[in-house]
Ligand binder design. Structure first.
Ligand code: HEM
Length: 508
């Protein structure tokens, strides 16, 4: 040892380190199979193919758990129930983070909301608060908003009986009105239009490709101008909601609140503390304090979570039933048998409307409103024998899982009766993972009950109150059933149909 100088020791240590790193690399399990991309950019040039359909095609080629890189980011796609179980159940604790982008971080005030926050005590507090104070059945105002707006919606359709109605457009208007009323307590149309415009700007920016997300060293150049676009969009939201929050604070001070009932902003303001730094490091048992930013970010979660999703499933269900007249007749006959034609359908009837529920499930199987779930793993791990580095972006393709050939017979066909057979999934979660339209595990949908209630009531009323025909002599087989890709997977064209009154009583 006497002969060793500093240089020798350095060389020895560096060699040892290289040896350890190489050992690690060669002993590490491989990544799952997948398309190989270019050095540095990975498969960035094929980004437009990373939709639920494009990823399902890749799964056909490479398997139910596949890997590729886009820029510096590892991405893995889950397309089978087995792989989904591994990620959402067996290793749910590792895979419960959300990946973020420059746009997400900026527009959610640094992930101050629930939907985009990483898994941890901050997220747990937000989730408990939202479930108890906003989505729970005990908070009857949210459920009241659904009933009030569906009544109004059915009245507007009956005014147009016998003529072509853009029912798709009307359904999207309905879910906006429901969530808007639940959140802000009114549906003043002028203000609502302004808010919908803000949501569209947000939605566009959330979904837009930003090269900086994948090649972060380009952030100083900002080649696509996001540094200007993002503040502009968030300023619009600030101006809009700050005014509403101030009005609510004023209203509370004047003690008018009790006369008007409470909306979601009122509920959240009960936890408002401008100086709060919402227990980010968080002790779960501390009392919850919300800042204005938290309140704004949560309201946006509710708006995004509760509008397109619910509207999508109602419109798709109507379209699928109009394509299959026999199925439509069967659902309507059940409504006639259970409810009759002399009164309107009510919540108490739901438990007997078995086939209507099957039609809704079948719609959610074929057209999950959130076709791709985005998760991220906190630590490196293994899935199905493959290596998954920390912070991999995991996409769970619910659209592909709902059409998995080994789980479903004749998977592309709309057949509600498949949910009547003995071994069919009974609920919406944790079955054999072949049917999880609301996700599963820690990050699964907290608005499921409210969403299902809205979809069931709206669909039951539409099919009970009216018979439906396609316009211009269009045959059911000619109806356009293509979808588009965004945060949700809505129909490519809005559904137009002709309603005719069906009840012996008036719906006015
Ligand atoms: C048919 C209706 C709906 C469907 C199919 C649906 C589906 C989903 C899915 C698949 C997820 C993601 C699960 C995951 O990443 O693992 C989700 C999350 C979420 N949904 Fe829903 N949803 C619906 C209605 C609603 C409603 C009505 C609300 C609120 C009013 C809502 C609020 C949310 C929120 C806030 C999250 C994020 C939860 C978190 O990250 O912790 N959803 N939903």
């Amino acid at each position: 040892m006497e002969g060793l100088n500093l240089m020798d020791i350095t060389i020895l240590v560096v060699t040892l380190l290289c040896f350890l790193v190489l050992c690690r690399i060669f002993h590490r399990k491989p990544y799952p199979p997948g398309p190989r991309g270019w050095p540095l950019i990975g498969i960035m040039l094929k980004m437009d193919q990373l939709t639920h359909r494009g990823l399902a095609n890749l799964a056909d080629k490479y398997g139910g758990f596949l890997h590729f890189r886009v820029g510096s980011i590892h991405m893995m796609v889950v397309s089978t129930p087995d792989a989904a179980r591994e990620v959402l159940k067996v290793q749910d604790n590792i895979f419960s983070n959300r990946p973020s982008t420059v746009a997400i971080r900026y527009l959610t005030y640094g992930q101050s909301d629930m939907a985009f926050a990483h898994y941890g005590s901050f997220w747990k507090q937000m989730r408990t608060l939202c479930i108890m104070k906003l989505f729970s059945k005990k908070r009857s105002e949210s459920w009241d908003s659904v009933r009030i707006e569906i009544d109004q919606f059915i009245r507007s359709i009956s005014i147009n009986a016998g003529v072509d109605v853009n029912i798709g457009e009307m359904i999207y208007g309905l879910t906006h009105d429901i969530v808007y009323r639940a959140a802000f307590g009114s549906t003043s149309s002028e203000e609502k239009e302004e808010f919908i415009k803000i949501m569209q700007d947000f939605s566009h920016l959330f979904g837009a490709f930003n090269i900086v997300d994948f090649l972060p060293f380009l952030r100083w150049l900002d080649p696509q101008g996001f540094k200007t676009k993002l503040p502009k969009a968030r300023d619009g939201l600030d101006r809009y909601i700050d005014k509403i929050i101030d009005e609510h604070i004023q209203k509370t001070k004047m003690k008018e609140q009790n006369n008007n009932g409470s909306d979601m902003v009122d509920e959240l303001l009960a936890f408002y503390n401008e100086k709060a730094n919402l227990n980010r490091s968080g002790n779960q048992h501390e009392s919850i304090n919300l800042t204005r930013e938290n309140i704004k970010a949560i309201i946006m979660d509710v708006m995004f979570g509760g509008t397109e999703t619910v509207a999508g499933v109602i419109e798709w269900a109507m379209a699928e039933l109009l394509c299959k007249p026999d199925e439509l007749r069967r659902v309507q006959q059940e409504l006639t048998d259970v409810v009759g034609l002399n009164r309107e359908v009510e919540e108490q009837d739901f438990e007997k409307l078995t086939y209507l529920k099957c039609a809704l499930k079948e719609t959610l199987r074929l057209h999950p409103p959130v076709p791709l779930l985005f998760h991220e793993n906190a630590n490196a791990t293994q899935v199905l024998g493959y290596h998954v580095p920390a912070k991999t972006r995991i996409m769970i393709n619910l659209w592909a899982i709902g059409r998995d050939k080994s789980s479903w017979v004749d998977p592309d066909t709309f057949k509600p009766s498949r949910f009547l057979v003995d071994n069919a999934p009974t609920g919406y979660k944790d079955s054999n993972f072949e049917f999880i339209p609301f996700g599963s595990g820690r990050r699964s949908c907290p608005g499921m009950q409210l969403g299902l209630y809205t979809a069931e009531l709206a669909l039951a009323r539409l099919l009970h109150c009216f018979s439906w025909e396609l316009p211009g002599g269009l045959k059911p087989s000619e109806l356009d059933m293509s979808d588009t890709f965004g945060l949700a997977a809505p129909r490519a064209t809005r559904l137009v149909a002709i309603p005719k009154p069906r009840l012996h009583c008036s719906v006015y």
